[in-house]
Design a protein around this ligand. Structure first.
Ligand code: ZN
Length: 406
């Protein structure tokens, strides 16, 4: 590396370490920020010489990145941004911290994908899904799809691993010369009723979809989720045993296996590594307290709330909503989510915006009880499982109450 990049890397690592020592989080944002101030090309320098995979999408990217890093680990050391710092500062910091590794698997915020492709020259890009996110900040999903499409068109050498079940993802990726399609299902359909190419309605039946006005349709997937496992491109079915809940995580595992296969990882060697992943920065973590088994599920936007309902057991469920800066200030997305699946279980609500949630649940005819604190919630339910579903800062608040469980 050029001298400037060497110095920038060292300063970045030191800054991150100081930030950690001062108890200000994991330091990855500040470390990367300082490194990029000293050398604006630092990310490119750090990525050079590594085989890189990027993972992007609205939902599931932190989990899929973790599973992919575990799978690629079959071949050698992998640098990864495991704490969800998914912008170039976080990537810079993650690569600086790990030193030289043959591989890197990076989660990328969907808005930054084009920029990170330019800097890191990845071998593989995985595209998971696109759906509406924070209303006051995120781009319209069709605009995101257009950004992805343009970014990939500029790099025909990239191998794309993309979700055949999401019409926006298919439209973004279809022009790339090297695409491997996976099918992980799509629970949330409200952002893909209209064809991004022609504007005609999209029809669906039995897991298939097609545009009624142009040739855009679901490609045949090489990897797909079937029952509790994954079918690979040769047609062999593999049981996927995970410690993470829900069918959505089997889909994330299928994606990870497909990406790892692009690097030459054999599925049977990757599977035991996937089964050792327990929780990811507190997500899916289980904590026992006062006879209650508490499980933490993070849900940040309408699509991820639907997935959380699918993962949660039929057990008392605490919902917590904040609307601080990282969450987005607008809670009207609550009306995009159908809370009816919660009708047949005890529901508790809390958080800064519990009253917004209360109105939504009342409209949705879901009985609930409001609690002021997490401890009050614990005392309100019988011993046994308590599912907690919370958006970003509400999740962090509850995680702090549980001694920052990982
Ligand atoms: Zn069309």
């Amino acid at each position: 590396m050029p001298l400037r990049a060497v110095v920038a890397t060292q300063v970045s690592k030191t800054a991150a370490a100081l930030s950690r020592a001062a108890g200000r989080g994991d330091g990855s944002v500040i470390g990367g920020w300082i490194g990029l101030k000293i050398d604006p090309d630092l990310l490119a320098h750090l990525a050079s010489g590594r085989a890189v995979a990027l993972v992007s999408g609205t939902n599931g990217k932190t989990t899929t990145t973790r599973l992919t890093a575990a799978a690629v680990g079959v071949l050698g050391r992998v640098a990864t941004n495991s704490y969800g710092a998914n912008m170039p500062t976080g990537h810079t910091s993650a690569l600086a911290k790990e030193g030289h590794t043959p591989f890197a698997v990076l989660e990328v915020d969907e808005h930054y994908l084009a920029q990170v492709i330019e800097a890191t020259r990845p071998r593989v890009v995985a595209l998971l899904n696109l759906s509406r996110d924070q209303l006051d900040r995120a781009k319209e999903v069709a605009m995101m799809a257009q950004l992805w499409k343009t970014a990939l068109a500029n790099h025909p050498d990239i191998r794309v691993v993309a979700n055949a079940d999401d019409p926006l993802v298919v439209w973004s990726a279809a022009a790339s010369p090297q695409v491997t399609w996976f099918s992980a299902g799509q629970r949330w359909l409200d952002d893909s009723f209209v064809c991004p190419e022609s504007g005609h309605p999209i029809e669906r039946a039995n897991g298939d979809w097609w545009c009624t006005g142009c040739p855009l349709r679901r490609p045949r997937p090489q990897w797909s989720v079937e029952d509790e496992g994954v079918t690979d491109p040769r047609g062999d079915w593999h049981l996927v045993k995970l410690q993470l809940p829900g069918k959505v995580n089997i889909g994330n595992a299928a994606t990870a296996l497909a990406v790892a296969a692009e690097f030459g990882v054999r599925t049977i060697e990757a599977l035991p590594r996937l089964s050792r992943v327990t929780s990811i920065a507190g997500r899916y973590a289980q904590v026992d307290k006062d006879g209650r088994n508490i499980r933490l599920l993070l849900a940040k936007n309408p699509a991820s709330w639907l997935e959380a309902f699918d993962m949660a057991d039929q057990a008392p469920t605490l919902l917590s909503i904040n609307a601080r800066d990282p969450d987005g200030l607008d809670t009207s997305w609550l009306y995009d989510v159908d809370f009816a699946p919660l009708r047949d279980r005890p529901v508790l609500i809390t958080g800064d915006r519990a009253y917004d949630l209360a109105v939504r649940l009342q409209v949705n005819q879901v009985p609930f009880r409001h609690v002021q604190t997490f401890d009050e919630a614990l005392q309100a339910v019988p011993p046994g499982r308590l599912e907690v579903i919370a958006n970003y800062t509400a999740f962090q608040d509850i995680r702090a109450e549980l001694d920052r469980v990982n």
